[in-house]
Structures are given as structure tokens and as C-alpha cells.
Design a binder for this molecule. Structure first.
Ligand SMILES: O=P(O)(O)OC[C@H]1O[C@@H](O)[C@H](O)[C@@H](O)[C@@H]1O
Length: 301
């Protein structure tokens, strides 16, 4: 669907505007009294969120990101679905599933009762998705842009057999200086250390980053806070429907190896991902749905 038609069907004067973004993909610019955001319809991906009157972005978005059909966009909030991480069946299918690299549909846009904007994007199974993952589904991403950024990923099983999924908001946060960052809310939790052969370990104190970090935290019960003194802010992450969280920073070598990152990007990004990963597998019965929710709030100091 063309940009003009999207604006006719879903534009909201002065608040929600569709335009042709990088790679020719339809992008959505949202701006209201509380915040502004940039969303790509391709990949169903929030790329930017800024509270009103602030110049710092919640998100890291790589200068070298691909905007190409079939590739993931490096930054913002990629959606990993219906599996997180490598192909769970070892069939060589792409890591993190198949919805972060295809076009989504715009379902609706609205102004909520308290003046926030909601944008709903969606995706349903097609013969092509069935060839990758043989299940019927409707996936909805409900994005609310207000004082906070609220994301709900809703999986509806429209088939006649139960489905099992893992998934993630693979969120790339912008940080001022990774050396000074602390992540709290995970103290005392067990984690699977993917940078150390998947060994299970216990987190003592806040998480700090001084080398590659790739961990799946288990039994996550509390809100997670990213303390970022260099940017003079804290990011509060509240979730529902998730019992695991991933903390990922590629550090120098992997950053340099990734063609869609600058060599030193590891200094200014951190992924803290709201997930259903590892043993946190979600089973959805026919006709039922499951909601994974993440809420992001920036506290400036
Ligand atoms: O596919 P992307 O965006 O480069 O992210 C890859 C990383 O994603 C993280 O979620 C995983 O824990 C890492 O193991 C992985 O390397």
C-alpha cells in the first residue's frame, strides 16, 4: 500500500504521519504532547522514542543498519518471533525467527483517552510463513506512545493445534558510556552465560559490562533498571508475560565483525531484552492468545 493511501486510512493530522523512509520502507512518525517516535512498518519495529522536550533517544539505531527486504534492522526494538535465538529445531532457519525481516500491515492508529497515540501493526500467516513455520497465527504489535513507550506483542493461535513459541523485544538502548552502565533488578538471579558455553551462574550485585555479555536471566520477577550516569538518566523496564530477560553487548571484536555496526558501537548500545527464552516457553491453545508486554520509562537525573 502506498504512502498516500496509508495517510488517508491511518494518518492523524499533526500526530501520526506516514512517509517513505530508508530503503523505501513505509515509516510512521508519531508526535504528541508527551513524546515522539519513529516506527518502521517493515519488521514492525520501533526505531526511535524521545520524550517531549528531550533530545536524547531511548533507542540505539545503528548508522550502518540495513534497510533491505529480508534483512533485520540493527537498532530500536526488533521483534524475535516465533523463536528467540538459533533455530530451535536446528533446521538452519534464521536466528530470532522470521518477522523482524518482513513487511507488516498497519492495522489501526488512534488517540487514546489520555492523549497518547496507539499504533497497531500486524502480521498473519501466509503460504510463505507456513513453509517456514507450519502454523496459523495472527500477530499484533500494539505500540503506545505517551510519557512512556508501551509495547504489547499479542500472539493469537488461529490454527487447530497448540503452538509453542519463544520470543523477545530485542531492544537496543542508547547508552552514554557502556563502562559506566549498571543494570539492576537481576541481583541474585541465575543466568545462562552464552558467552561462556551456556554455563548457569548466579548474578551477584548489579550487572556491569567490561567484555562480551550475552546472558539469559531466569526467573526475572522485578523491574529492570539501566543506570546510565553518562547520559544522566535511568531507563525503567517493566514487563508482563515474561520470566526471562537477556542482556547483550557484543563488545569490541564482535562489534567490528558485524557489518551493520560501527567498530566502536558497543560503547553506546546495550540490549536488555524482555523475553520468553530458554525454559520460558509459551504454549498457546487453539483460539487463544498470549500477550508479552514491555514498558519503557526514562527518568532523567
Ligand atoms: O541479530 P542481532 O540483532 O545482531 O542480535 C544478535 C544477538 O542477539 C541477542 O539477543 C543474543 O542473545 C545474541 O546471542 C545474539 O548474538
Amino acid at each position: 500500500m502506498g504512502i498516500a493511501q496509508l495517510n488517508r486510512d491511518h494518518g492523524i493530522a499533526g500526530q501520526v504521519e506516514f512517509f517513505e523512509g530508508q530503503g523505501g520502507f513505509p515509516f510512521i512518525r508519531v508526535k504528541n504532547a508527551k513524546a515522539s517516535a519513529l516506527i518502521s512498518v517493515y519488521a514492525g519495529q520501533v526505531l526511535s522514542f524521545q520524550p517531549a522536550g528531550k533530545t536524547d533517544d531511548l533507542m540505539f539505531l545503528s548508522q550502518k543498519a540495513y534497510y533491505q527486504a529480508g534483512k533485520a534492522i540493527k537498532g530500536g526494538v526488533p521483534i524475535c518471533w516465533p523463536w528467540f535465538g538459533p533455530d530451535p529445531e536446528g533446521k538452519g532457519r534464521a536466528a530470532h525467527g522470521f518477522v523482524r525481516n518482513r513487511m507488516w500491515d498497519v492495522i489501526e492508529t488512534s488517540v487514546t483517552a489520555n492523549g497518547d497515540n496507539q499504533v497497531v501493526l500486524g502480521l498473519a500467516d501466509t503460504p510463505e510463513t507456513q513453509a517456514i513455520w507450519p502454523h496459523a497465527f495472527i500477530l499484533r504489535l500494539e505500540i503506545i506512545i505517551g510519557e512512556t513507550l508501551n509495547l504489547a506483542l499479542v500472539t493469537r493461535n488461529t490454527g487447530d493445534q497448540a503452538i509453542s513459541i519463544t520470543q523477545a523485544f530485542h531492544t537496543y538502548f542508547s547508552v552514554g558510556d557502556i563502562h559506566q552502565v549498571r543494570v539492576s533488578g537481576l541481583e541474585g538471579r541465575q543466568y545462562l552465560d552464552k558467552a561462556d558455553g551456556g554455563q548457569q551462574k548466579m548474578q551477584s550485585g548489579a550487572v556491569t559490562i567490561s567484555s562480551e555479555v550475552d546472558r539469559i536471566y531466569l526467573d526475572v520477577l522485578d523491574d529492570i533498571i539501566v543506570h546510565d550516569p553518562a547520559m544522566k538518566r535511568r531507563i525503567h523496564i517493566a514487563s508482563q508475560g515474561s520470566q526471562t530477560a537477556v542482556v547483550w553487548n557484543p563488545w569490541a571484536r564482535i562489534s567490528a565483525e558485524m557489518a551493520d555496526l560501527q567498530d566502536d558501537d558497543y560503547l553506546r548500545m546495550l540490549c536488555v531484552e524482555t523475553t520468553n527464552a530458554a525454559t520460558d516457553i509459551i504454549t498457546i491453545q487453539p483460539g487463544s492468545e498470549f500477550r508479552l508486554i514491555a514498558n519503557y520509562r526514562i527518568e532523567h537525573m
